[in-house]
Design a protein around this ligand. Structure first.
Ligand SMILES: *Cc1c(COP(=O)(O)O)cnc(C)c1O
Length: 379
C-alpha cells in the first residue's frame, strides 16, 4: 500500500501505519510463533531481546522491563533510592523521570537545562548537589545525548550514581559511545512512538555492572530469588515475550530509520532557514536519532493552530516544566527558578520527522510555516 502525498492529505506527527506496512509480513509469523509456543512471560524471546539490545548498546547486560517508566523505577529500587535521598533531574522532560523519584519517597531536585540542547549539563547540576544527593538522571532529550563526560566527572567527584534516561535516544552516540552505556545504568522505552517501538508497553535497563544487573533482574520479579523467597521488595516490571519478539524484528531496521530521520532533519534545516524559527542544534560530538524535530517558535500556539488548519500535526513536548507542575508544588518551585526550562516550555514545537515522511510532505510543512510568518502572524 502506498499513499500519495496530495496537497490536502493530513500529515501526521508520526505514521506508524506506514512503518507497519513494510513489516507486516515479517511480524505476523513471529506473533504466531509466540502464540503457538504459549510462552508469554520470560523465555527465549525475552532473553534474545535482552542480549541483542545490550549488544546494540555496547553494554554487557540488558534487563527487559514492562515500560521505560518501570525501567527508571526498577533501576532506582535496585539502587535503594528512598526517603531522605535527593535525585537531580531536569525540569524539562517527560513526567516519568521525576514521578518515579517521588513514588519511592525520595526528593526530585529540578535542575535547569542547556538552552541549545535542552539537556542537563554539569554546570546546571552542580549547584543542586547536597550531602543528600544520591543520583543524577540526565535525560537525553529528543534524540541527542547530554554532555556526559563532565557529568560523569562531577558524579565521580561527589560519589554519585548516574542513570541515563535514554527513552528517546536508543542508538544515539556521544563521542562514539552509545546512549545508555555511559552512566552506571541506562533506561530505554519501547513505547510505540519511540524510535524502536513495540506493540504496547515495554522498556529495558542496560548496564555494565553485573551486581546491579542481578539486582534489577530480581527486582523486576518481586525481588524473588529463588522463587517465593524474597530478600528484596520488588515489583512486576517484566517485558513480555510478544513485545520482545516484535522488538527483535524491528531492531535491525532501527539505524536505517534513525538515519532517515537525520536526513529529514537536514532537509528541514535548508527548508526552514529563512523562517524566524530556532532550529535544533546537534553538538559536534553527538549523533542524534531525532526522536523529535523540535523548533523554537515566535507565536508558537498560533503557529500550531495554523498548521492544524492545514492538516499538519505537531506536538508540544513539554508545555509545563516539572518544577511548576501542581503535583510537585510541595517542592516550592516558582516561575523564574529555571528560566531555560520555562522558556523552552513556552516556545518549543515538534514537527513531523518520521522516516517515511516524503520530501513533498516536508516541503508542505515548511511552506505552511513560511506562509504563517509572511501572512498570518500578527506577533
Ligand atoms: C517515553 C519516556 C519515558 C517513559 O517511557 P514509557 O515506556 O512510556 O513508560 C521516560 N522518560 C522519557 C524521557 C520518555 O520520553
Amino acid at each position: 500500500m502506498t499513499r500519495a502525498a496530495t496537497s490536502t492529505e493530513p500529515i501526521p506527527l508520526l505514521d506508524l501505519q506506514a512503518q507497519y506496512d513494510t513489516l507486516r509480513d515479517e511480524i505476523r509469523p513471529v506473533i504466531d510463533r509466540v502464540c503457538d509456543s504459549q510462552w508469554f512471560i520470560g523465555g527465549p524471546e525475552v532473553t534474545g531481546c535482552e542480549e541483542e539490545i545490550a549488544a546494540y548498546s555496547d553494554c554487557k547486560f540488558g534487563i527487559g522491563m514492562s515500560s521505560g517508566t518501570d525501567a527508571l523505577l526498577c533501576g532506582m529500587m535496585a539502587l535503594c533510592i528512598g526517603p531522605g535521598d535527593e535525585v537531580i533531574v531536569p525540569s524539562f522532560t517527560f513526567f516519568a523521570t521525576a514521578g518515579c523519584v517521588s513514588r519511592l519517597g525520595a526528593t526530585p531536585v529540578f535542575a535547569d537545562v542547556d538552552p541549545v540542547t535542552y539537556n542537563l549539563t554539569a554546570k546546571t547540576i552542580e549547584p543542586h548537589i547536597t550531602d543528600k544527593t544520591r543520583l543524577i538522571i540526565p535525560v537525553h532529550l529528543f534524540g541527542q545525548c547530554a554532555d556526559m563526560e563532565p557529568i560523569m566527572a562531577l558524579a565521580a567527584k561527589h560519589g554519585l550514581t548516574v542513570m541515563e534516561d535514554a527513552a528517546q535516544t536508543i542508538g544515539a552516540t556521544y563521542k562514539g559511545k552509545k546512549a545508555g552505556s555511559i552512566g552506571h545504568l541506562g533506561t530505554f522505552s519501547f513505547f510505540p512512538s519511540k524510535n524502536l517501538g513495540c506493540f504496547g508497553d515495554g522498556g529495558m535497563i542496560v548496564t555494565n555492572d553485573e551486581t546491579l544487573a542481578k539486582t534489577c533482574t530480581k527486582m523486576r520479579n518481586h525481588g524473588a530469588e529463588p522463587k517465593y523467597y524474597h530478600a528484596l521488595i520488588g515489583g512486576n516490571f517484566r517485558l513480555d515475550a510478544l513485545q520482545a519478539a516484535i522488538i527483535r524484528i524491528k531492531l535491525p531496521y532501527l539505524d536505517g530509520w534513525s538515519k532517515a530521520r537525520g536526513e529529514n532533519a537536514c532537509r528541514y534545516a535548508g527548508l526552514l532557514e529563512k523562517t524566524p524559527l530556532g532550529l535544533p542544534h546537534i553538538a559536534d560530538h553527538n549523533v542524534s536519532i531525532f526522536n523529535q524535530y523540535v523548533v523554537r517558535c515566535p507565536g508558537r500556539d498560533q503557529l500550531r493552530a495554523y498548521l492544524a488548519e492545514q492538516g499538519i500535526s505537531t506536538e508540544v513536548y513539554y508545555p509545563v516544566p516539572l518544577h511548576l507542575q501542581e503535583c510537585f508544588a510541595y517542592r516550592n518551585g516558582k516561575v523564574g527558578d529555571l528560566p531555560h526550562c520555562e522558556q523552552a516550555a513556552a516556545e518549543v514545537l515538534a514537527l513531523p520527522v518520521y522516516p517515511e515522511l516524503t520530501e513533498q510532505q516536508q516541503a508542505r510543512v515548511a511552506g505552511a510555516i513560511a506562509d504563517f510568518y509572511d501572512h498570518a502572524w500578527n506577533g
